[in-house]
Design a binder for this molecule. Structure first.
Ligand code: M6R
Length: 606
C-alpha cells in the first residue's frame, strides 16, 4: 500500500525522500509527492504517475530544505490524479497518510459547514483541516495533532509538517505500520525499512496510538494517553544491498534465486544434521498441549498453510484447520482455549490476517505468528513469533517468503511430533536430513531456468491456464495459478487434479494450457490418469515431474524436472519452475513484474 518517508537533519531532504520512496515502489502506487520546509513554509510537489515524473518535477525546481515528508499513493478514496496525490495541505498543515479514515465524510460535512473548502476526493485531506482548525483555535502544534487524531475513526500511519514549526515533524500510527530511524544528527520515519536502511539500521516501531515528534537531535514518543514512552530501538541485520536488485532485471527474479539461501538461513540454528531434535526458538518447551491447530493467512501465505496442514497432520497427528483470514475473521469461528492459532504473513501487516489473529486471541486461543518481518504488527500482537529468514521481499509476487514459510511449518510439524512422541527420533532425524538437503535440491531446480524460459516463450500468448496437482502439490497448483495471474494477467486456475472430471474438464480444448504437477510419489498414478483425460480432450500439457520419468514424456509436450525427493519437501521444489514460468511469461509480455497493476505488496486495508 502507500509509501511514507519523513526526514529531518542537516542534508537536503528532497533527494532523501525521493530515494526512500523509490525503495518503497514495490508496495504499489499510482501517484507521488513531497512536502519540504524552507524558511518556515512548506512547498509541495506532487503528481499522478510514477516517481520518475515527480523526480523530473523536483529537478526542474528543487524544493530546498532539510525537513520534509514524502508519499507514494495507492488509491483508495478518489481516483489517481494530481489533486488526490499526497501530501495534502490546508492552511499551515501538510500531511501524508497510509490507511483509511472511515468517518471522513461526516467530518468533511461539518467542516464545510464551517467554511472549509476541500480540493481533493481523499479521506486524508480531512487531517490537515482538523489540525489547522485546532491551531487556529489556539492549540499548540502537538495539542493540535492530538486533538485532530481524537476525532478520527479508522486506521492510519501519518506524517505531518506544520508551517512555522521548523524543528520537527509529527508522526502517528494506528493499525498501519510506521517505523522511526535513528541517525547521527538526523532522524527518519518510514512505512518500511528499505526506505531508510541506507541511512540507518537503528529502527524503532511505533505502537498503536503513539504520536512522535521527530527532531534533528532526537525523537519524543507519546502513547495514546499522552504519556512519554520509549519504544525499543533495534539494529536491523539487513544490508542496503539486500534491498537492491544486484544485477537482476527484477526483484522477483532475484528473490526466486535467493530461495536456497533463504531456506538455509531459515533452517540455521533450528536443526542439526544427524540429530533428531528441532529447536523452535525456545517455543514448545512445555510440550504441545493443543487439541487443534488453526493455520490462517491470505494469498500465497494461505497456500503455505494448506501445505502446513498436510505436514502437521501427517507428522504430529494433530487436526489442523486452514482458513483464509478474510473469511475467518467474520465467521464467528469455533476456536478457544486449547487451540493453537497460527497467523502466517510475510509482511506481518496484512489487515485481514491481523484481524483474524485478534479474533482468535479474544476467543482464548494461544496465538502465534509465522512472519518475515521482525517487530511487525502481527509479530507483536502474537504470543510468540516464528521468523522466516527470507530477507526483504520486494517483488509484489511472493516467492522466497513462501518457500521459507513451508520450511517453518515443516519444522513446527516436526517439533510438535517430537513433543507428542508421534514419531520416533530416528524418523525425525531422517526428516531433518531431508530438509537440510533442500537448499541444494532447490539450486538444482533453479538451473532449469532456461527450460522454464523456453516454455514461457512458447506459451507467452496463452490466456487460459489450468494448474493441476494432488495432495501436497494441490496447494502448489493454486500457487502456480496465483503467480501467473497476478503478474501476467492471464486467466489461470489451480485445481485438484481429481476434481477435473466434476466440472472443469468442460473447459479443456486446444486453447487451454494445462500444467500438471506430477512428481513421483503416492499420487503419481492418479495424476497421470487425470492428465490422460486432459490429453484425450486436446489440452496442451506441460508437466513438472521427477528426473528420469520416461512415461510423462509421452504424455506432456514439455517437461520440467525436479530431483527425486520425498513428498513432504516436494512443494518447495515443484513451486520453483512455476514461479519461473510466471516470471518469464510476464516478462515476455513486457509487463512490470515487480509492480503488477492493481496490487500492493502489503495489504494493510480491508
Ligand atoms: O504479507 P502477507 O504474507 O500477509 O501477504 C499475503 C498476500 O497479500 C500475499 O501473499 C499476496 O497474495 C501475494 N501478492 C502473492 O504473491
Amino acid at each position: 500500500m502507500c509509501g511514507i518517508v519523513g526526514y529531518i537533519g542537516s542534508r537536503e531532504a528532497c533527494p532523501i525522500l525521493i530515494e526512500g520512496l523509490r525503495r518503497l515502489e514495490y508496495r504499489g502506487y499510482d501517484s507521488a509527492g513531497v512536502a519540504v520546509m524552507n524558511g518556515g513554509t512548506t512547498r509541495i510537489v506532487r503528481c499522478e504517475g510514477k516517481l520518475d515524473r515527480l523526480a523530473a518535477l523536483v529537478q526542474r525546481e528543487p524544493p530546498p530544505g532539510a525537513l520534509g515528508i514524502g508519499h507514494t499513493r495507492w488509491a483508495t478514496h478518489g481516483r489517481p490524479s494530481d489533486e488526490n496525490a499526497h501530501p495534502h495541505k490546508f492552511g499551515r498543515v501538510a500531511v501524508v497518510h497510509n490507511g483509511i479514515i472511515e468517518n471522513y465524510l461526516e467530518l468533511r460535512e461539518r467542516l464545510i459547514a464551517q467554511g472549509h473548502a476541500f480540493t481533493s476526493e481523499t479521506d486524508t485531506e480531512i487531517v490537515a483541516h482538523l489540525v489547522h482548525a485546532a491551531l487556529t483555535a489556539g492549540a499548540a502544534p502537538l495539542a493540535a495533532v492530538q486533538a485532530a487524531l481524537q476525532q478520527l475513526r479508522g486506521v492510519y500511519a501519518l506524517c505531518l509538517v506544520i508551517d512555522g514549526v521548523t524543528d520537527r515533524f509529527y508522526c502517528a500510527k494506528k493499525e498501519v505500520p510506521l517505523i522511526l530511524g535513528f541517525g547521527d544528527d538526523e532522524h527518519f520515519a518510514a512505512a518500511d525499512i528499505p526506505a531508510i536502511i541506507q541511512h540507518t539500521r537503528r529502527i524503532a516501531a511505533l505502537e498503536d496510538g503513539d504520536i512522535a515528534e521527530v527532531r534533528r537531535d532526537g525523537i519524543t514518543i507519546r502513547d495514546a494517553d499522552a504519556r512519554e514512552v520509549q519504544r525499543p530501538i533495534r539494529e536491523v541485520q539487513w544490508s542496503a544491498a539486500m534491498a537492491e536488485k544486484e544485477g537482476y532485471k527484477d526483484f522477483m527474479l532475484k528473490e526466486i534465486y535467493e530461495q536456497p539461501r533463504a531456506v538455509a538461513d531459515t533452517l540455521r540454528g533450528r536443526v542439526t544434521p544427524g540429530m533428531g531434535a528441532v529447536h523452535l526458538d525456545g517455543l514448545l518447551t512445555g510440550g504441545a498441549p493443543w487439541r487443534r491447530v488453526f493455520l490462517v493467512a491470505c494469498g500465497t501465505a494461505f497456500h503455505a498453510c494448506l501445505v502446513g496442514k498436510f505436514l502437521i497432520e501427517q507428522l504430529a497427528r494433530i487436526p489442523v484447520e486452514t482458513d483464509l483470514a478474510s473469511e475467518f475473521r467474520y465467521r464467528d469461528p469455533l476456536i478457544g482455549p486449547g487451540d493453537l492459532f497460527i497467523a502466517v504473513s510475510q509482511s506481518g501487516e496484512t489487515a485481514d490476517t491481523r484481524a483474524a489473529l485478534l479474533e482468535a486471541k479474544q476467543k482464548g486461543a494461544v496465538v502465534w505468528a509465522v512472519t518475515n518481518v521482525v517487530d511487525s504488527s502481527i509479530a507483536r500482537l502474537a504470543d510468540a513469533a516464528l521468523y522466516t529468514y527470507a530477507g526483504p521481499e520486494i517483488g509484489v509476487a511472493s516467492t522466497k517468503a513462501f518457500t521459507t514459510q513451508l520450511v517453518v511449518l515443516h519444522l513446527l510439524a516436526l517439533a510438535l511430533a517430537e513433543r507428542r512422541e508421534a514419531l520416533p527420533a530416528a524418523s525425525i532425524a531422517t526428516e531433518i536430513a531431508t530438509l537440510v538437503a533442500l537448499p541444494h535440491q532447490m539450486q538444482t531446480v533453479l538451473q532449469r531456468a532456461p527450460q522454464c524460459q523456453a516454455v514461457a516463450q512458447a506459451l507467452v500468448q496463452s490466456d487460459e491456464w489450468l494448474f493441476l496437482g494432488r495432495g501436497l502439490n494441490y496447494p502448489i497448483a493454486l500457487e502456480g495459478a496465483l503467480k501467473l495471474k497476478e503478474i501476467s494477467y492471464a486467466h489461470a486456475e489451480g485445481y485438484p487434479a481429481g476434481e477435473m472430471k466434476h466440472g472443469p474438464i468442460a473447459l479443456v480444448d486446444d486453447a487451454m494450457q494445462v500444467v500438471g504437477i506430477v512428481p513421483q510419489g503416492p499420487y503419481y498414478d492418479k495424476v497421470i490418469s487425470n492428465l490422460e483425460q486432459i490429453r484425450a480432450r486436446g489440452g496442451a500439457l506441460t508437466a513438472i515431474a521427477t528426473e528420469g520419468d520416461a512415461a510423462i514424456c509421452r504424455l506432456a509436450t514439455q517437461v520440467i524436472t525436479i530431483p527425486a525427493a520425498v513428498p513432504r519437501v516436494q512443494p518447495a521444489l515443484t513451486v520453483l519452475p512455476l514461479q519461473l514460468l510466471a516470471y518469464y511469461v510476464a516478462d515476455g509480455r513486457g509487463l512490470n513484474v515487480d509492480q503488477p497493476r492493481n496490487l500492493a505488496k502489503s495489504v494493510t486495508v480491508e
